[in-house]
Design a binder for this molecule. Structure first.
Ligand code: CUA
Length: 157
């Protein structure tokens, strides 16, 4: 039986796709695929937050000439500190962790947005050019007060 050339190409193409999917699923499952959070990030048990000097009193500190670090704790249904105050035109690295369930740390109207997972520290370096007051909201459903979970980010000129 003769198989038409195009038909053969499609057959081969679909085999490659199927094998590709299986490989993706297999390796994804055993952890060699996409990881949402780098393994090199710090782990931090929610029970240890009060003993951790970075998060026991969350806040913003200057660590270099134009560099700041902001430690933020998310929990049902607030962000700490609130407001978060940072200077414009400086590099700010946010370290965000959760005290309880999964939240997000989302600065409205910007691309500053990360999932916040208990036991993990999400890290993000940003620079705000526009001074002003920004809303901080949670985009991950976290319970009855999810829609009220909000904070404020003040960017000083
Ligand atoms: Cu926190 Cu939704």
């Amino acid at each position: 039986m003769k198989i038409h050339t195009y038909e053969r190409l499609w057959l081969i193409g679909s085999m490659v796709l199927i094998v590709g999917f299986i490989v993706t699923i297999t390796y994804g499952t055993v952890g060699l695929g996409i990881t949402m959070i780098g393994d090199e990030e710090d782990a931090l048990s929610p029970d240890d937050i009060n003993d951790d000097e970075r998060f026991a009193e969350p806040g913003v500190e200057q660590v270099g000439e134009d560099e700041f670090e902001a430690h933020v704790v998310a929990m049902t249904f607030i962000f700490q500190p609130d407001p978060i105050e940072i200077p414009a035109n400086n590099e700010v690295t946010f370290y965000v962790t959760s005290r309880d369930v999964i939240h997000s740390f989302t600065v409205v109207g910007t691309n500053t947005n990360t999932m916040v997972i208990p036991g993990e520290v999400s890290t993000m370096t940003v620079e705000f050019d526009e001074p002003g007051e920004y809303g901080v909201v949670c985009n991950e459903y976290c319970g009855s007060g999810h829609h009220d979970m909000e904070g404020e980010l003040i960017v000083h000129p």
